[in-house]
Write a protein of this length. Structure first.
Ligand SMILES: [Zn+2]
Length: 203
């Protein structure tokens, strides 16, 4: 049996019904909540990135469809890399038709979004369909940063497990003598300093 493909995002964003606002930038908090603090396109979390670095993308570009500039259902919480890559690209002339089956985009809030992409075991994002391949190229989902940030999240999860193990070993009174404990502490220290670089590099 083939293993299920790893999804790009950790959850499918769902846009809530929100009261109309007079400027699209006022939707930022709503979008951040509905997109689980992560880019709708690549899944990068804003937890380690300055939130100013996160943009509000107009799925159907506002330059082409100004009537949709304030429509919440047309907005996507997006990292600046995806937003800048997507720019005003749009196939066709209908805002309701985001792709032609070969090229174009898929609304990141639709259930079939993930079917067009796959995250490889090493963290890379690749297209699984012609639209997916098109979108990876346009949004530059192949950038190393997406791979790096995903692996950094995994590293933090392992580090949290190591933290728990350190606490347990110390409680057992093995604190002073265990080489394994020293190694774990060294690992924890190094991962924390790498995290600090990651944070500073984004601010
Ligand atoms: Zn992104």
């Amino acid at each position: 049996m083939m293993a299920a493909a790893i999804t790009i995002r950790s959850a499918l964003p769902v846009r809530a019904t929100v009261a109309a606002k007079t400027r699209y930038t006022l939707y930022r908090a709503d979008l951040r909540r509905d997109f689980f603090q992560a880019c709708g396109y690549c899944g990068d979390s804003d937890e380690r990135i300055d939130r100013i670095g996160f943009h509000i993308d107009h799925f159907a570009p506002k330059a082409l469809f100004p009537d949709l500039a304030l429509v919440y259902e047309n907005l996507v919480y997006a990292c600046r890399f995806c937003n800048v890559g997507k720019s005003d690209h749009w196939v066709g002339t209908d805002p309701a038709v985001p792709n032609n089956g070969k090229e174009g985009f898929v609304d990141p809030c639709t259930a079939d979004y993930e079917q067009h992409f796959e995250r490889l075991a090493d963290g890379r994002i690749v297209g699984r369909s012609p639209i997916g391949i098109y979108a990876v190229k346009r949004l530059r989902l192949h950038l190393l940063r997406h791979e790096l940030l995903w692996n950094a999240r995994r590293m933090r999860a392992v580090r949290d497990d190591a933290d728990a193990l350190i606490t347990a070993l110390e409680q057992e009174g093995k604190g002073d003598t265990s080489e394994a404990l020293d190694l774990l502490k060294h690992f924890r220290e190094l991962t924390k300093s790498i995290e600090d670089y990651e944070f500073r590099a984004n601010n």
